[in-house]
Design a protein. Structure first.
Length: 492
RNA sequence: AGCGGUAUCGUCUAGUGGUUAGGACGGGAGAUUCUCAUUCUCCAAACAGGGGUUCAAUUCCCCUUACCGCCGCCA
């Protein structure tokens, strides 16, 4: 069996989308599983929508996800260049070949004429297919049109190719994930393979590139199924080996529409910015259409590759459920070693002065605040009370907790007792336990007692382990905040 | 409109010609805890509808319905 070579061919008209990331992943997995090569090709045929920024984003995102390519624009390879715009001199030769063999013809129709054809089709409630008006133009007619200054586009002659290589008008192929697929090619219009400005169209460039790059399997989204028939015919007309195709279901938003910005992040880099881990993202996206044979959903890309069989991918669309991604993200965050996590959280703590904390204190802070993190960015709002002398009290905490008589009494007692405590973890832990016990005997629930202390010192009623907080803040600041929360009249 | 595709809990999915149709997220209840969270236990929740084939259909076939995609000198 010849070498397995697969590719991901994003078009740099935006940042790398999660859908593209998933397609890239499945290609990567297929290559890994079959000891093949994973190739990156940039399809920037449309210069107007392309930018270097997007190209960089695609590179960075793919790398961050761990989807490293064997051949590509940056690393090169035996079949380069791997950027379509650098391959423009390759295509005309094949266009000419098709022209010579009669599988393609020049089309002088103007945009207006084409528009009219389309309108008529719409009016008659017919599917639009090109009229083939220019199929049999004589040399004289062409010369005349050319003299008028018209530049021809080149169209592929579907019927001719179909007849040359198949018995009927039905074209069939065996899809890697969907099984046998077929289509009546007489319903397809003769499509443009070279624009009047000389640039190749997508459907043509893809075929040439895939053939020249010896791509053995084309794995992509099912929105390409109808292109496949056109592409197969070009492969055949040019005498190339036709690769195997596999079409993946699409990823939809929770409302079943196309996943777009209004649903949340869609580009890999947006997810990263919001505090998602690439490990979680790639793991989650693998589960859209694929299920592990051992039932354990948490898996690295390598583990997935070992267990991967393309024929077992679900062929239906799947909905991108942010909730499950979040769960998975929190799961991965829990597994990060503390030293690494300390570094990863720093970008989300820029509004605080980290210099206020020693490394030891910072470590402690991360240890006691990491548990509830779903996104790395959640850390931002979880830690304001570790910084500064004073603390901002939430209004509802002020009125609902601190202003109560019980809280005031607890705080007076707390300040009184705590000033004699040794500010160590063990002592704080045991003293606080005793403190709660004393108030419990007076009929105050432990949590109410702690609410008072917590509210005074952190400004909120929920948060990290109280012993840890006190330890990090130190005796002076802790008592300062506690005293400050006591109202004048309560102070004895 | 036409052509293609898809159909198991709300979501991602496992599964089989005979199963109490399994798991995960989410939801609900409870336990643990100084709070939130974590963790643990338990619960609810699905084979789209109609015809066949068959002793038997969620599973195979057909139709309907719903949803998705494609019909560009975009990619």
């Amino acid at each position: 069996m010849s070498e397995v070579r697969v590719r991901i061919a994003p078009s740099p008209s935006g940042n790398l989308h999660v859908g593209t990331a998933r397609t890239a992943l499945f290609n990567y997995l297929f290559a890994k599983k079959n000891n093949g090569k994973f190739i990156l090709r940039i399809e920037d045929t449309d210069a107007e929508r392309t930018s270097q920024e997007y190209i960089d984003n695609i590179f960075d995102s793919l790398k961050a996800l761990g989807l490293n390519w064997d051949e590509g624009p940056d690393v090169g390879g035996p079949y380069g260049p791997y950027t379509q715009s650098e391959r423009f001199d390759i295509y005309p030769k094949y266009v000419q070949k098709l022209l010579d063999s009669g599988f393609a013809y020049e089309c002088f129709c103007t945009p207006e004429e084409l528009e009219q054809e389309k309108e008529e089709a719409t009016k008659a409630k017919r599917a639009y297919v090109y009229s083939k008006k220019c199929e049999n133009l004589s040399e004289e007619e062409k010369a005349k049109l050319r003299a008028e200054g018209r530049k021809p586009a080149i169209r592929f002659n579907i019927a001719k190719a179909q007849k040359a290589f198949h018995d009927t008008s039905i074209l069939e192929f065996d899809d890697l994930v969907k099984g046998k697929l077929h289509m009546d090619t007489s319903l397809l219009g003769d499509f443009v393979i070279q624009k009047s400005n000389g640039a190749p169209t997508y459907n043509f460039a893809v075929v040439i590139d895939d053939a020249l790059m010896k791509i053995s399997h084309v794995i992509r989204g099912e929105d390409h199924i109808s292109n496949t028939y056109k592409q197969i015919l070009i492969f055949e007309a040019l005498g190339f080996d036709v690769p195997r195709f596999g079409h993946l279901g699409m990823i939809l938003a929770p409302d079943r529409s196309k996943l777009s910005k209004r649903h949340g992040a869609t580009a890999v880099s947006d997810f990263v910015k919001e505090g998602y881990l690439t490990e979680a993202l790639i793991n989650f996206v693998a589960l859209l259409g694929w299920a592990p044979s051992d039932g354990n959903e948490i898996k690295t890309v390598d583990e997935i590759a070992a267990d991967f069989r393309i024929g077992e991918i679900s062929s239906s669309n799947s909905i991108f459920e942010y909730d499950k991604l979040k769960w998975m993200n929190s799961h991965y965050i829990k597994q990060i070693p503390i030293d690494k996590l300390k570094e990863m959280l720093k970008p989300y703590l820029t509004k605080y002065n980290l210099n206020e904390l020693t490394d030891e204190q910072y470590t402690k802070m991360v240890e006691i605040t990491r548990e509830p993190l779903t996104l790395l960015s959640d850390i931002t709002d979880a830690v304001p009370y570790f910084f500064g002398k004073d603390v901002e009290i939430e209004p509802e905490t002020q009125t609902g907790t601190l202003d109560t008589e019980t809280a005031q009494n607890v705080l007076v007692d707390f300040v009184e007792k705590a000033k004699d405590w040794n500010w160590t973890e063990e002592e704080l832990h045991s003293k606080l336990e005793i403190f709660r016990g004393e108030w419990k005997e007076k009929g105050i629930k432990p949590k109410v007692t702690m609410w008072a202390v917590r509210a005074a010192i952190t400004g909120r009623t929920r948060g990290a382990d109280m012993v840890g907080i006190l330890e990090i803040l130190g005796k002076e600041t802790s008592l300062y905040r506690a005293k400050k929360a006591i109202k004048q009249e309560s102070k004895v």
